[in-house]
Structures are given as C-alpha cells and as structure tokens.
Ligand binder design. Structure first.
Ligand SMILES: Cc1cn([C@@H]2O[C@H](COP(=O)(O)OP(=O)(O)OP(=O)(O)O)[C@@H](O)[C@H]2O)c(=O)[nH]c1=O
Length: 704
C-alpha cells in the first residue's frame, strides 16, 4: 500500500529540478544505516542512490538521561549512523562518503514509545494513544566521512529532528485487538503504521507525514542543501571532527580532546546486554510532550493545507497568499491561519501565516481583516503592557490580590477612569483576571502569565526587559520612518544626544539608566540562559569566559548545567561594579567577574568563549576585531559558543529577528550560515547549530 502510494517518480531530471542537492550526492557512496523498509523506500523514491547497511547499535540508551524526547531520538540516530560509519572501513574495507541514520519514536504523556516487544506491549501503547494527540519525533544524523592519506577518517556530524502531531480516534477494545492481530504494529514505533491499516486510526496529522512514516524527507533535503549548496563544499571544509583510525574500533581515547557532541558516546550508553525497554518515562523535570517543541513538517503533506488546495478555492491565487514566515532552516513550518486558527501577532520560528484572501473586489473575509487590525493594534497592546508594568500593577496585585479599580488608582496615584481602562485592557490581553461582584465594580488578580513573568521579583521576571522596551526601544521605533529613510539608528532624535559608543554613551554614563539596562539584560538572560547553556554537551570544557556577560545570569546557568565548568564573566568596569545588585541567593563560587573592555584589554584565558547577544550590536569592523582577538587567545580545540537569533537562510523569519533589525543599529542580524562563514574566517569551524525554540539560538564552534 505504502509503495503504491508513494512510488510516483524516480526520473532523475525531476529530482534535480525539485532538489538540486540530491544530484550533488551522485557519485558519492551514500549509506543508509537503517533496516527500516520505509526509510529505504522514502529515500529511493526521492531519487537517492545508496547502499543499505543496517546499524548494529542497540537502542538501549537510558531515556531517563534526556529531558526531552527528541534528544533521545537524535542521540539514537547519531549512534546508529556512527556505528556504521566506523564499521564500514574495517569490515567492508570501504569508507562511505555519507552515512544516514534515523530513529523514530512516539511520545505521549511524557513517555517514549518505541517498537512493541509483544502483543501486550502493543496493546499498552495503542491504548495509551487512543483518543489523544501525540507527537512523533524522528531524529536524523548525517555523518560525513573524509578519508585521509594516513588511513584515518575524519567524521563530521550533522543532526536534526522533526516533530509531527498525530491524533488518534477513540479505539474500542475490538478495534485494538483486530489491529494488533493484523501483525502490523510489531515493527513500528508506537505500535502503528500510519501508511497502512494504522491510517484508519488517525483523526488528524499536523506536520510532515513522512516524518511519521520514518523519515522527514523535506527537512533532510533542506539540511543537505545547507551542507552542499549554502556552505563551502565539504571537501574543503576543515572539520572539527572525530579522527578515527581504521584500525581502531574503539577510538574513545583519541576523541577525548574533541567537543563531546562529536565524540563516541557509545561508551556512556548502557551495555548492549541491558534489557531492551521499549518505553520509559522521561526525567521528572521534563515538560510534557505538548509543551516542548511545536515544529511541524512539510506543508505539502499537511492535511489542513492540502484540503484547502483541494477544495480548490479557485479564487485563491499565489499572489493573494501572505507568507509572513517561511520554512525555517532547522525545523518544519507550521501553517496557521488558513483554517481559522488563531493568528499570533508575531509568528514564531517556523510558523507560516497563510491568509487565503479572496479576489480583490469580493467581500472581505473576517479573519483577513482581523489580521491587519491586529497588526495595527499591536502597538497599543505593547504600550498597555509597558504602562501597567511601569506603574507596578502586577506587583501590587501580587501583594494585594483583589483590588478594584478605585483602590488600584489610589495605589498607583492615577485617575480612576484611566486605571479602569488599563485594568480592563490588561484583562482582555490575558495579563489580568477580573472577578465580578454583585452591584459593585469587579476586582482584579494576576493571571499565571503575570505571576510568572510580569512581577518584578519573579524568578523569570521580564520586568527589566519590558522597561527597557518602554524606555529605549519604543522611542527608537517611534522614529522608524526616519530610520528606514536614512538607513541609520535614531538615537539622536529619540534621546537628544549623539552616540559614538552605544553602551558607554547611552546606557552606562548614568547610574539609573545603567541599572535599568542591566536589569533588562538580566531578565533576558534569565529566561533564555538555560536553553543556551544546555544546547550542547560541554563536558570537555573546564573553563569558560562569558564576554559581555553582564550580571552573570547566563554564567550561572552554565555552571548549573555543567558541574565541571567554571565561568569568568568579562564586562566593562561600569558593569562589574554593579553586580552585587544581581548576585543570586546561593552564591556560586564557580562564577567570577573580571572588569575590562573586550575590544581593548587582554581577554581572560579559557577553553570556551561565550558570546551571547553580543555580535548583532556591533559594526562589521568591531565584530572582526573582537573575533580575531578571541581567535588569537584561543588554542586549537578551544570552543566558541555563539548565541543570537539566527535568521532563516532565506531571511523570511523569524519575525522577531527581522523586527529587531529595524532598529538600524550599527550591527546586523545574521543567519546561522552567515555566522558560520564569519567565524570560519577567524579559524572557527561550526560543529553544531541549535535552534532552541526560545528567544535565542546557539552555535558551538571549535578553533582549528
Ligand atoms: C509511527 C510509525 C513508525 N513506523 C516505523 O517504525 C520504525 C521505528 O523504529 P526505528 O527504531 O526508528 O527504526 P527501525 O525500523 O528499527 O530501523 P533502524 O533504523 O535500522 O533501526 C521505523 O521503521 C518506521 O518506519 C512506520 O512504519 N509507520 C508509522 O506510522
């Protein structure tokens, strides 16, 4: 059934047109490290020529070690591919050019489901999926092998994953057993095959269908495109790679100098004799699957999207589509809006807003109008948030929940009418809750959102950043038109004075403004720090230096996540003298502060340099001068962890990064490939890129 459904074309010319990367692989020895007939078929139908060498890696990694299910799938995929990449030169006496490994898992209620071990296991899995939405993750690893003259092989690893949401109908006992007795569930993750009988159990699929079947083809092609078309060719790419000798089947010791994510991790996995456990709970602190990543796959397989095209809205023309964001580099795209789902004002990475606007002269559709109106009202909503935050509404309601508008007006020394309007607007924005009282004005309380992020003393408070937006970003954006016309920032118009050095002139020459700016940086680092700090395995690094690390909020996340790491925060004397205001309650002696200017002074020595939200602020000249300084200080093998918003390669998203670029600062926003090239010009090779799904992405580079 699957074959007939998907075996459509294998004309090589067609695949070249559709995806020039597949043709780049012709003449290379491509190996699929998988025994899955579905993966074989998906790749073969895409026109790829390859050999199949099933991996011997036992899927027994300890699931409890992973905080999110996709991490487990990616790690298993890596181990499968690496096992084949290492075995082939020894056992098959040939070295492949590329090895592809994949691992598909189903995640429901914090559990990871793999292939059932028997019928009862299948029953347990399928009944846990009945009537619910679950996620299917496929982790993919691409290992590029470069054979050298001395019989050593360089391995370069690229990995990614894709998530698809699937909802099952309610399954009766009879249906369950009939399906199990068909035998179909046994070799499939979660105990079902969506491409065959299992398709009858499914109510909807959001995301890449082929990802559920076992291989996210679309995302894979995008990765190949990045490797072969966007970056320099792999042959001339010096890789921060694992050097393995053909004669050494257990090369762990050779690899210990290298970044951990490129090393042989099989030594950490449980012994292959460990009992195969096809499902296990994630670590207790891991979020439920529904709260982790919401990335969806290829739009062309999304039933929602397809249905729209099929019912053929003949009125829908290409030009009437509003694509606010396109497929992101490392993730699939979620199509929102075309089925009346709520549209976010600012789409996040990977979200495509697609409005099917009818012909120009036909009656306007409500949702189309709504989108425009929302964009027009966006600034009012921002300003309502800024004002309520500035007037300490959320702090007051935290201390005294249940104030009415008159009591609040008294507290914030404002008019009753104005306060009432502000409180009502905050209710409509989901920041406050109102409780009605008989014949009296309602009383107000914080929503969970406000409790968590808007109170100034909350652990993850954004109060500081909100004040920065109100005091600095808002005035700059009120001069956006001039900024666009002139192509330069508008500090002088907004603040009445010229700036030569943004930080010194704008933020650090007034104590109050400095503290406010530091609070802003602190709150952003607090909410993003953990994701950046845990983006990579850094266990091979012992000392790190966070350049421009401000209050140390990010540094503390790094020491928390990496027990063997000490971090020096290096920032201007004006900053370091204020850090007592921000010391955490439990002082961590592994974080220390050194005052200095990273453009002028000697940098502290470290194995790993962290540049989080630094480069986008500075001119190319300054960026080059800083990077060459870091490169000179680093010895080969040292790391550079860069964290910024990475623009999609086609510069169509994420929206937040593109909006930030409008401030026309002397710096610029870049994509991961642009950062890769920039860093490469200073002798750093990008080993790994992570889109964290939080506000900042991250890249780990190694000095060669
Ligand atoms: C949800 C779902 C899964 N699958 C298959 O489930 C196996 C997962 O197991 P794996 O461990 O990722 O792969 P494998 O089959 O053991 O092969 P290998 O990678 O060599 O270990 C793969 O086959 C997939 O197609 C389907 O065919 N249809 C579906 O709807």
């Amino acid at each position: 059934m699957f074959s007939n459904l998907f075996r459509e074309q294998s004309d090589e010319r067609a695949t070249m047109v559709l995806n020039p990367v597949i043709s780049k692989l012709s003449g290379k020895l491509v190996v699929l490290a998988s025994a899955s007939p579905r993966r074989l078929e998906i790749l073969r139908n895409a026109g790829l020529r390859f050999e199949v060498v099933p991996s011997w890696f036992k899927e027994t990694l300890d699931k409890g070690l992973y905080t999110a299910p996709h991490e487990y799938a990616v790690e298993t995929a890596k181990q499968k591919a690496l096992e084949v990449a290492r075995r082939m030169p020894i056992k098959h006496l040939k070295t492949p050019d590329i090895v592809i490994g994949a691992d598909t898992i189903v995640s429901v209620d914090g559990m990871i489901l793999e292939k059932p071990v028997d019928k009862h296991d299948a029953y347990r899995m399928l009944s846990s999926l009945s009537g619910k939405e679950h996620s299917v993750f496929t982790g993919v690893a691409i290992v590029l092998c470069h054979e050298k003259e001395n019989e050593e092989v360089d391995y370069q690893l690229i990995d990614f994953y894709e998530e698809t949401k699937v909802k099952f109908a309610d399954l009766s006992e009879d249906m369950l057993w009939e399906y199990i007795n068909s035998g179909e569930p046994m070799d499939k993750a979660g105990g079902y095959g969506i491409q065959a009988l299992g398709g009858m159990l499914v109510e909807y699929v959001h995301g890449d269908f082929l990802n559920v079947v076992g291989f996210p083809l679309n995302h894979f092609c995008k990765q190949l495109d990045l490797i072969y078309n966007r970056c320099t060719s792999s042959s001339d790419q010096e890789s921060a790679s694992a050097r393995l000798s053909k004669s050494s089947p257990h090369p762990t010791s050779v690899l210990t100098q290298l970044p951990h994510n490129l090393t042989d991790q099989s030594s950490q996995s449980p012994s292959s004799s460990a009992k195969h456990n096809s499902s296990a709970s994630l670590r207790p602190n891991s979020p439920p699957a529904s709260q982790t990543h919401h990335t969806h796959g290829s739009p062309s397989f999304s039933p929602v999207h397809k249905a729209k095209k099929e019912d053929g809205d003949s009125e829908v023309s290409e030009s009437s589509r509003m694509l606010v964001n396109s497929f992101s580099k490392d993730r699939g795209a979620e199509i929102i809006g075309s089925d009346n789902t709520a549209l976010p004002l600012i789409p996040s990475r990977g979200q495509v807003i697609e409005l099917n606007v009818a012909r120009e002269d036909s009656e306007p559709k409500r949702e189309d109008l709504q989108r425009i109106m929302e964009l027009m009202d966006g600034f009012k909503a921002s300003k309502a948030l800024f004002t309520a935050s500035k007037l300490c509404v959320f702090d007051l309601l935290h201390r005294s929940p249940g104030l009415d508008s008159a009591q609040m007006a008294q507290e914030i020394k404002a008019s009753v009418k104005g306060t009432e309007c502000l409180l009502e607007a905050c209710v409509s924005l989901g920041l406050l809750k109102s409780k009605d009282r008989k014949c009296q004005k309602p009383v107000y309380e914080n929503t969970d959102l406000a409790v968590r992020f808007l109170r100034s003393d909350a652990s993850y408070s954004l109060h500081g950043y909100i004040q920065h937006c109100n005091n600095t970003v808002w005035p700059l954006f009120s001069h956006l038109e001039s900024a666009v016309l002139e192509g330069s920032h508008q500090h002088e118009k907004a603040f009445g004075k010229k700036t030569n050095d943004l930080f010194q002139d704008t933020y650090y020459n007034n104590q109050e403004i400095k503290l406010r700016f530091m609070r802003a940086m602190h709150s952003i680092a607090k909410v993003t720090g953990k994701d950046v700090a845990t983006a990579f395995d850094l266990s091979t690094f012992k000392t790190a230096c966070d350049l421009g690390g401000c209050t140390g909020a990010m540094a503390y996340e790094f020491t928390e996540a990496h027990p063997g790491l000490t971090v020096t925060v290096f920032d201007l004397p004006a900053v370091v003298e204020m850090i007592e205001h921000f010391r955490p309650q439990h002082k961590d002696n592994r974080v220390s502060f050194v005052a200095g200017d990273f453009f002028q002074d000697e940098l502290p020595k470290a194995d790993l340099y962290i540049l989080a939200r630094i480069l986008h602020d500075w001119s190319d000249e300054k960026v080059h001068s800083l990077l060459s300084k870091i490169a000179q200080t680093c010895t080969p093998g040292c790391g550079l962890l860069l964290s910024e918003i990475f623009l999609d390669e086609d510069r169509k998203g994420p929206c937040r990064g593109l909006l930030q670029a409008l401030s026309m600062s002397v710096g610029k926003q870049r994509s991961a490939a642009e950062y890769t090239l920039l860093l490469k010009s200073h002798g750093f090779i990008t080993a790994h890129v992570r889109h964290t799904d939080n506000l900042l992405d991250a890249m780990l580079c190694i000095r060669v």
